[in-house]
Design a protein around this ligand. Structure first.
Ligand code: SF4
Length: 211
């Protein structure tokens, strides 16, 4: 079966399995808070980030508070999310840039977003999709693993995975697809032991049908 035909079936089944899949990072309606959560999520689980930010935003409510923060103090406050030195530096610098260069607004344009410290392609796709509804596929570890096992890509490189997926998936599905791959990667197609016997995608999965 051709890749585009398999992709259609995969989309249909994922839609049935996870009709309401959403980003698992909390969103309190404050775009800047969502950006901070996104930066904190690098190499950290969304669950830990959500837990930490339940209290972090009591201490640092807005952009100005983060821009003026002492780096070592902020580092201590976000330590549980890992990479705390780099993340505290990035959050302070990003907050200052947003205030001084972007008038306190989160930009939607890719090059502008990716000029912010701590924001690479994955986070810019996430921000563009979640805050602005601009189609993009967020390739995280779950998405990359599931896409490769399914045979929609043979790459381990996020940019190439994104290119391979966008070539066989309609643009209108890109944002939801990332969330659905994450949901499937957590629930069924786990890193250590994928539950292929119980998986609705096994008929079209290269990994499950390897000889
Ligand atoms: S069949 Fe197995 S490897 Fe393929 S998507 Fe399902 S759980 Fe993952």
């Amino acid at each position: 079966m051709r890749k585009t035909e398999r992709a259609k079936i995969i989309l249909r089944e994922l839609h049935k399995l996870y009709p309401d899949a959403v980003c698992s990072l909390d969103d309190d309606g404050d775009s800047f808070h969502f950006l901070v959560r996104s930066i904190l999520s690098a190499q950290c689980t969304d669950r830990k980030v959500n837990l930490l930010t339940q209290t972090l935003f009591d201490k640092y409510a807005g952009m100005r508070d983060f821009a003026d923060a002492d780096q070592s103090a902020l580092g201590e406050d976000i330590k549980s999310c890992g990479l705390y030195r780099a993340k505290s530096r990035a959050i302070i610098a990003t907050s200052a840039m947003l205030l001084h260069r972007f008038n306190g607004q989160i930009p939607s344009e890719r090059a502008e977003l990716e000029s912010l410290p701590g924001v690479g392609r994955k986070i810019s796709n996430l921000i563009r999709g979640e805050l602005f509804g601009i189609p993009g596929i967020v390739v995280d570890t779950h998405c990359g693993r599931v896409a490769k096992r399914l045979g929609l890509t043979d790459s381990d490189q996020p940019l190439q995975i994104e290119k391979d997926l966008t070539a066989c998936i309609p643009e209108s599905e890109w944002i939801k697809l990332g969330h659905r791959f994450v949901a499937h990667g957590r629930a069924v197609c786990t890193a250590r032991k994928p539950s292929c016997e119980a998986c609705a995608l096994r008929e079209v999965c290269l990994y499950a049908n390897r000889s």
